[in-house]
Design a protein. Structure first.
Length: 133
């Protein structure tokens, strides 16, 4: 299946137990495919590292959207992207608006980030990957 750039797909599934008030959203941003993973993977890993703690802090701690809040790289067989996952009593449409708001804040923060801070994030990722070796 080929998904055109800029597409937005929603899959809704109703649980069998009407007493279960939980909802979930996985907000997935596709960034790469095929065998050319090297450069996109490094950039994605860096972005995920830079947004992991802020995502948890904003969406879980400050906004208290749900007990489960996770963000990170989501690789698949031939694709990869960034995923933000929230399990909550709030409906997915609302959760999507909060994720969008968070990503806009991230964009602003990245645009105003100093070169020194950016280089620090890069060095941190390099060190983390070297530790795995």
């Amino acid at each position: 299946m080929i998904i055109p750039p800029g597409s937005n797909f929603v899959y809704k599934h109703t649980l069998g137990d009407p007493a279960n008030i939980n909802h979930a959203i996985e907000y997935y941003l596709h960034v790469g495919h095929g065998m050319d993973f090297a450069t996109p993977d490094q950039k994605l890993q860096l972005f995920a590292q830079m947004t992991d703690e802020p995502a948890f802090d904003q969406l879980r701690a400050k906004e208290q959207l749900g007990y489960v809040v996770w963000s990170g790289v989501r690789p698949a067989a031939v694709t990869m992207g960034l995923s933000v996952l929230i399990q909550s009593e709030r409906d997915p449409e609302y959760l999507e608006t909060r994720i969008n708001s968070f990503l806009l804040k991230v964009n602003t923060a990245l645009e105003s980030m100093s070169n020194k801070d950016f280089e620090g994030h890069k060095r941190s990722l390099i060190n983390a990957r070297l530790e795995k070796l």
